[in-house]
Write a protein that binds this ligand. Structure first.
Ligand code: SF4
Ligand code: SF4
Length: 358
């Protein structure tokens, strides 16, 4: 599994650590082994067999949010997050995954079932619709009001009826936990569930990244076309008419890593937000250099203190520019920023849009 990443881990191992400042994890937990260079060098020596795979080596593979900010600052554009996911899979096969990752795999089916039940409660009797809205398990389980608000927004802007699709997880939590086979199985299940849809509007950037990038890399086919929700809504903004009255607030937008660096979607959320607030200010680090909130890659489970410190840094950025509200388009970011005791209001982009039109 590590052979496919040979170029990346080899060039990292011989790099003078040029991207070390970019990594939220090694900034929050200053250990050499947690810099992108450190993690990739460990992967390199394991891959070439010059170092045994040990629990401490395996643990370093989980010290990554998957934010891809190191890639922005890498002349080789190395896919560190991707390589480390493979490292996790190798470690899991050797029985060396952290207990939190094992628990995530163990509890996956039960979580998916809970998400299914929660989604059924949101069903509006439109199950025949060809277009489905996939909010993602995190939103369905812990931000149900945001999902309901997004459904109301879609009633105004969508081309036709939209149903809720949350009957199957995209599988990303399994991949982050090192279960590559489980991820593939989850993706195939989701593909079967989407067989009757033409389009799936994907709300969670993690799910969107899985459907649009991680599945194709593995040759996994999904019958419905995945469309990023913010891009779908942004081009239909005129349908809001005069109903959406901008709030008189200073807002900042936090780029979710999977949406921004992962999918290159930077403008659509800003286009929507400019319609909703009186002033939009950019955070000190934004777009392809955006700082991570710490909520990805399973880090809140495996390194919760570091994940909280990363979120706190992001909140400091929002305070520095005098934002009243920090808006994001990702349920995991909203949850992670909210857990770091913010003194700025944290809002979901679509819920905010819905609150101004309904
Ligand atoms: S990702 Fe690029 S910049 Fe960072 S350590 Fe590897 S080779 Fe160097
Ligand atoms: S993807 Fe992000 S968290 Fe992972 S090594 Fe790179 S900068 Fe660090």
């Amino acid at each position: 599994m590590l052979e496919q990443h040979e170029h990346d881990h080899t060039t990292c191992a011989f790099c003078p650590k040029l991207c070390r400042f970019a990594c939220p994890v090694s900034e929050a937990e200053p250990r050499e082994s947690l810099t992108p260079w450190g993690k990739m060098t460990l992967l390199h020596v394991v891959a070439e067999g010059s170092h045994p795979l040990e629990p401490s080596t395996a643990a370093a593979f989980w010290g990554c949010t998957g934010c891809m900010r190191c890639r922005t600052h890498c002349l080789h554009r190395n896919e560190v997050a991707d390589a480390l996911r493979s490292g996790r899979a190798v470690a899991r096969r050797a029985g060396l995954e952290p207990s939190e990752a094992a628990a995530a795999i163990e509890g996956f089916a039960a979580r998916e079932e809970r998400a299914c039940e929660a989604a059924a409660a949101l069903d509006q009797g439109k199950s025949d619709a060809r277009v489905a809205y996939m909010p993602g398990c995190t939103a369905v389980l812990s931000q149900r009001d945001d999902v309901a608000a997004t459904l109301r927004l879609l009633e105004t802007v969508a081309d036709g009826p939209v149903c809720v699709e949350a009957g199957a997880c995209c599988g990303l939590p399994l991949l982050n936990a090192g279960d590559e086979i489980g991820f593939r199985r989850a993706a195939e299940t989701l593909g079967r569930r989407l067989a009757s849809r033409s389009t799936v509007l994907v709300g969670d950037p993690g799910c969107a990244f899985a459907l649009k990038v991680l599945y194709p890399r593995r040759g996994i086919y999904v019958p419905a076309e995945p469309v990023v929700l913010s891009e779908y809504v942004a081009v239909r903004l005129p349908r809001l008419g005069s109903k959406a009255r901008p709030r008189d607030v200073v807002a900042a937008y936090h780029d979710p890593c999977n949406l921004g660096r992962g999918l290159g979607v930077y403008d659509a959320p800003r286009t929507i937000l400019r319609r909703l607030v009186s002033e939009l200010r950019e955070l000190p680090h934004s777009r392809d250099d955006s700082e991570c909130c710490g909520g990805g890659g399973g880090l809140p489970d495996t390194m919760p203190d570091a994940a909280r410190r990363i979120a706190a840094r992001r909140l400091e950025d929002a305070n520095e520019i005098g934002a009243d509200v920090l808006v994001t388009a990702c349920p995991s970011c909203k949850r992670q920023l909210g857990n770091a005791e913010p003194d700025v209001e944290i809002r979901d982009l679509f819920e905010l849009a819905s609150s101004l039109v309904t």
